[in-house]
Design a binder for this molecule. Structure first.
Ligand SMILES: [Fe+2]
Length: 156
């Protein structure tokens, strides 16, 4: 079931929100491929696209955070680095699966991993910058963490 972007995960910046919608769309495509509509080559292609788009997005997001004076931007940058590493590991696992059986094993849990990667790290951590994005001026010393949010799924 496809992930859906909702207004309550908006960070208040059109470009970043647009990036997040694109990332959700790429993850949904990956999910379709994993669930049977595509080949292993298709999966490698969509993961490569995810990798490339994520790096572009993280660069834009880091720039936005610097611009608005987001006080946790160094920690967030480190988080981005870890996320890229996780994505690289996922791609390596897919590439290194030697036969159909080991490829199937790699696919098990991959949707959950990708969704967790996107939702819990990319999106929910980003919500912390919402307070600062609207202001575009000197930020306060601390910001309250966002209330828990779940991404909606189509049909629920
Ligand atoms: Fe983001």
């Amino acid at each position: 079931m496809a992930l859906v972007w909702r207004q309550d995960i908006s960070v208040g910046d059109d470009r970043i929100d647009s990036d997040h919608k694109t990332l959700i769309s790429i993850i949904n495509t990956a999910e379709d491929v994993i669930n049977g509509s595509g080949s292993r080559r298709d999966l490698e292609r969509v993961l490569a696209r995810l990798d490339q788009y994520t790096k572009e997005h993280f660069a834009r997001e880091e720039e936005t955070q610097r611009r608005v004076g987001y006080p946790f931007h160094e920690a967030h940058k480190l988080e981005h680095k870890n996320l890229i590493r996780t994505l690289t590991e996922i791609r390596e696992r897919v590439a290194q699966a030697k036969d159909a059986y080991s490829y199937e094993k790699v696919l098990q849990g991959l949707v959950d991993l990708l969704e967790d990667w996107l939702m819990n790290h990319v999106m929910l951590h980003d919500l912390r910058m919402r307070t600062f994005v609207g202001r575009e001026k000197a930020a306060p010393a601390s910001a309250a963490p966002p209330a828990p949010v779940r991404l909606a799924r189509a049909g629920r």
